[in-house]
Structure formats: C-alpha cells, structure tokens
Design a protein around this ligand. Structure first.
Ligand SMILES: *Cc1c(COP(=O)(O)O)cnc(C)c1O
Length: 368
C-alpha cells in the first residue's frame, strides 16, 4: 500500500463540482485581483475565526510582513520568535528591518516556552510572535500576560492553526492580530498562494487594507508605502468553497490523530503528540519523535509511506541567520527535537487503512 503524505488531488475531486462552478464564476465576472470573491471570503473567514475583520493577502509571509509594517515594527526593534518554527516567521521580522530574537520551545508541545520569554526581552523588544505550530495552540494566554506586563504587542502566526482553539477561543484572537497562510498544503489551502490577517482592531484593519494595495485606500492616492499583497479573486472564491468544508475536515484530522494514537499505543520507542489541556489541536501535522528518526524515515519510504520533517534545522542555526551569532546549544530543546521529529501522513483525506498500515510499518521497523 502506498500512503501519500497528503493528497491534494483527492481533496479536489471530493468537492470538484463546487470548485469548478466557483472558478467559472470568477472567470465570468473577471474579478481577478481582490474584488467581490475575496470580500466574501474575508467576511466568512473573519466570522468563522471569531474576529471582526479579515484582510486577504497573497501568502502567509506577506500576512506576517504586512502586520509588521502596519504595527510600525522596523529597524532598531526586536521581535521575539520561537526557534522551532517555519523560517517565514523570523523572515517576516527581518523583512521589516527588525531583528528576530529566538526563544526555545517547551518540551511537550513544541511551541514557544512562556517561561523563557522574559529572559529574551530587552529595551528594544516591540512584539512577540506566538506560533501555533503543527496545529496545536501555543500557550497564548500565558504569552499575552507577559506581553501585557511589558507593554509589548502579541502577534499570532496561525499558518498551521486554522480553527484551532485554546480554552474555547480561536487562535488568532489572543493578540493584536492573527496571520494565516493558505499555502496548498495548509489545513485551508488555496490552489496557488494565499494568506490573511484577522484582527478586532478597526484602525489596524484599515491600515492593512491599504498596505496590501500600495498604501492606497482610494485608487492612485497613496498615503503610505505599502506593497502589492492582494489576494487573487480565484483564490478567494476557492477558499470560500473550501471554508464550508473546513469544520468537517478538521474533525476528520482529529479522528485520524486519535486513530494513530490508538494504533501506536504500544509502540514505546516513539513519542506521539499530546493535546495540551484546554487546547483544540487541528493536526496540520502529526509529529512523532524517535531516536532512530532517519532510519525509521528511510524504512517507511522503502515501504511507500511518505513522511516529512518539520523542521530539520531550527531557525537560529540557519545560514541566513549566521550574522546573529547563535551557537549550537543555545536552544537545547529545539535542537534535540530537530534530530528526532518525524511528520506522519496526515490530512482529511487519509483513510483508516492507511493509518493502520503506517502504524504497522512503524512497529515492524522496531521489531526488526
Ligand atoms: C506556511 C507558514 C508560513 C508562511 O506561509 P506562506 O503562505 O508559505 O508564505 C509562516 N509561518 C508558518 C508557521 C508556516 O507554517
């Protein structure tokens, strides 16, 4: 049996009629850059994520960068980010001219360790970015207390946490804004690139709307320096269709995670992900740990089970950040995990028998 890491084609075929109709509607209206289809998606996404406003942009990195620009974060400023995240999180900080300051993750849930944040705060610190990695909410309530205490902004990177909640509250609504990615492989994915910022702050919303459109609220009148960060009409229409399925898909991901945990319960050689108390994890990724990660991944691949590593090199050790002079050993938890983590196949299209086969293959590896 072949088990794909994810199967975008299968997902498309499951909603083909609705998608095809939506695409034709955009073509017929020729509303390609922002416009009514984007507006409709923004309204629906804001509502489902429990926020007043949503600005669609053209990818998740743009969402983070636009947030930096709108909040006047720039040269001379520092922004605290987890060492264990996708590179785009610190990259957006660097794009703004500010400096990312890394903090290690805690040992159980892979997210930023609130106990280590205060040690990284300096006079230059302006903001903290909490990343809800793998779909598990970070301890956003704890991080918010710290950011409030020090007069800092809390920004949330929700690129992997669509519909995730902490104590009943959606991620993206704890801080000043939440930044989403709709990269095709994300829990809510465009057929191309997409992203969004949600916020309850109307002033920030208006500024973000201008930033995505060359700093302009009225065509050809430019009040500030922005960017071309508009979301495409086609992507807006596609995302609007997919959003209608996202609750059901999220429940399937959560059931798949339970099935993995059941199937792998007796496999003491690996650590399976746990759900933090009060958290609704949406399993963008199902990340296990093994001391024999590389050999296990190779064995799975030989048996046509395709896995991933998110991420093999923590951000502070990336070449691009050599100038920041972080040494190996600076963040022991993130560094140790980078050698042990393995993302198993996970999506709403994953079938029971594929989960069973993956688990069986993992157990066979350790029985060798
Ligand atoms: C995917 C991702 C991003 C960037 O989103 P793009 O749409 O690829 O630009 C940022 N942060 C995290 C945690 C991500 O997973």
């Amino acid at each position: 049996m072949k088990v794909n890491f994810l199967d975008l084609k299968a997902q498309y075929l499951s909603i083909k009629a609705e998608i095809d109709e939506a695409i034709l509607a955009v073509l017929n209206k020729s509303a390609f850059a922002a416009g009514p289809f984007v507006k409709s998606f923004e309204t629906n996404f804001a509502q489902r994520q429990g926020a007043k406003f949503c600005v669609g942009v053209n990818n998740g990195t743009a969402a983070l960068h636009a947030a930096m620009m709108a909040l006047n974060i720039g040269p001379g400023d520092e922004v605290i980010v987890p060492a264990n995240t996708f590179f785009a999180t610190p990259e957006a900080v660097s794009l703004s001219g500010a400096t990312p300051v890394f903090v290690d993750c805690e040992s159980r849930y892979y997210n930023i360790d609130p106990n280590k944040i205060e040690g990284a705060i300096t006079k230059k610190t302006r903001a903290i970015i909490a990343v809800h990695l793998y779909g598990q909410p970070a301890q956003a309530d704890e991080v918010k207390k710290i950011s409030d205490k020090h007069g800092l902004l809390l920004i949330e990177d929700c690129a992997q946490s669509h519909l995730a909640e902490l104590n009943g509250r959606p991620t993206g609504t704890f801080g000043v804004c939440g930044c989403f990615s709709f990269y095709p492989g994300k829990n809510l994915g465009a057929y191309g690139e997409g992203g969004a910022v949600i916020t309850n702050d109307e002033t920030l919303y208006n500024k973000l709307m201008m930033i995505r459109d060359h700093g302009s609220a009225k065509k050809y009148y430019h009040d500030l320096i922005g960017h071309n960060y508009r979301l495409e009409g086609l992507q807006g229409a596609i995302l609007d269709v997919k959003l209608r399925h996202l609750d059901a898909w999220t429940e399937t991901r959560r059931r798949n995670a339970d099935a993995y945990r059941r199937e792998l319960a007796e496999c003491s050689e690996i650590v399976v992900p746990e759900e933090m108390a009060g958290a609704k994890h949406v399993y963008h990724l199902f990340v296990i740990r093994s001391k024999q990660r590389d050999a296990l991944q190779k064995y799975l691949q030989e048996n046509e089970v395709y896995t991933g590593i998110h991420y093999p090199i923590p951000c502070h050790l990336q070449k691009a950040y050599a100038s920041l002079n972080y040494a190996r050993g600076a963040f022991p938890v993130s560094e140790a995990y980078a050698d042990e983590i393995l993302s198993l196949p996970m999506s709403e299209m994953l079938k029971e028998e594929e989960i069973a086969f993956t688990a069986k293959t993992i157990k066979a590896f350790f029985a060798k």
